[in-house]
Design a protein. Structure first.
Length: 277
């Protein structure tokens, strides 16, 4: 078994029109010898329980590991009036995702709205803990994964995601290395030494075994001083992917690497090909 499963966030561009949808995406990934799919429920969760059962069965048949990207419109730092709507989007993604065979639910944690990370986490962490408690009370074992975000104004630094994960069992980061590189806006976080430091911090905070279940998003990225601008094909970007892969390999990391580049499956296959065996 390889260290990492590789796949795409959203359906491969080459998914044929029939059967199309998530079932078509799973079949196409299997055909390409890719083995992970993150269902892109990024606008809203609009799926029936019956459809989820079909997705789950096909994923099991084709041995494609499923995760869900929850809607963008989730904010752990929303006002008390807005929070129930954010919460419902996250919980719907977790409920239907679990029925579709997803083990991990990825979400953007929100915005600081100008407040300090510490004070925002004081609001965010109890809200998130309560979500996990409710999921477990309904026998839903999914891991909720706040994603590391590409802009410095967004909740979702490596430190933020590690703190949420350390304080709440059932929470683990989604490491988006393109975002981690774009976030400082100065071209840093793009070397073997810096990538190794991230992996070291992750293991220190969450334990060495957590390195065997990493959930990684990857693409090339364009950025300004404020951080992320847009995603790029890996080879048209400055991302030092070989350095990243060397750092992951040397720390014996495993899990999933999901491609978010504009040339989805092409770059997913490229990553799978160059990952050191
Ligand atoms: Zn994302």
């Amino acid at each position: 078994m390889a260290d990492f499963r590789f796949g795409t966030v959203g359906s491969p561009a080459s998914t044929p029109a029939k059967p199309g949808g998530s079932v078509g995406a799973i079949q196409r990934l299997a055909e390409l010898k890719l083995s992970a799919l993150e269902l892109g429920w990024v606008q809203a969760v609009r799926v029936s329980e019956a459809t989820c059962a079909v997705i789950r069965a096909e994923a099991e048949k084709q041995d494609v590991a499923i995760s869900v990207h929850a809607p963008y419109f989730i904010n752990l730092n929303a006002s008390d009036e807005e929070w129930p709507k954010s919460r419902k989007r996250l919980m719907d993604a977790a409920h239907f995702g679990h029925l579709a065979g997803a083990t991990d639910i990825i979400f953007h944690p929100g915005s600081y709205f100008g407040a300090s990370p510490e004070s925002v986490l004081e609001t965010a962490i109890p809200r998130l803990r309560e979500c996990v408690d409710e999921l477990r009370s309904k026998d839903n074992p999914v891991i909720l994964r706040p994603e590391t975000m590409g802009k410095s104004a967004m909740l979702g630094s490596l430190t933020d995601t590690l703190q949420m994960s350390r304080e709440i069992p059932g929470i683990l980061p989604c490491l988006d290395f393109a975002h981690l590189h774009a976030r400082p806006g100065d071209g840093t976080v793009n070397s073997y030494v810096e990538f190794s430091q991230i992996i070291h911090d992750y293991a220190k905070e969450l334990g060495e075994p957590a390195l065997k279940h990493l959930h990684i998003h990857l693409s090339g990225i364009e950025y300004t001083a404020k951080g992320e601008k847009n995603h790029l094909p890996i080879q048209e970007s400055d991302l030092q992917i070989q350095e990243l892969f060397k750092a992951l390999r040397e720390a014996h990391c495993a899990g999933r690497i999901l491609c978010e580049s504009p040339i989805l499956e092409e770059d997913a296959l490229f990553m799978q090909k160059i990952y050191p065996g």
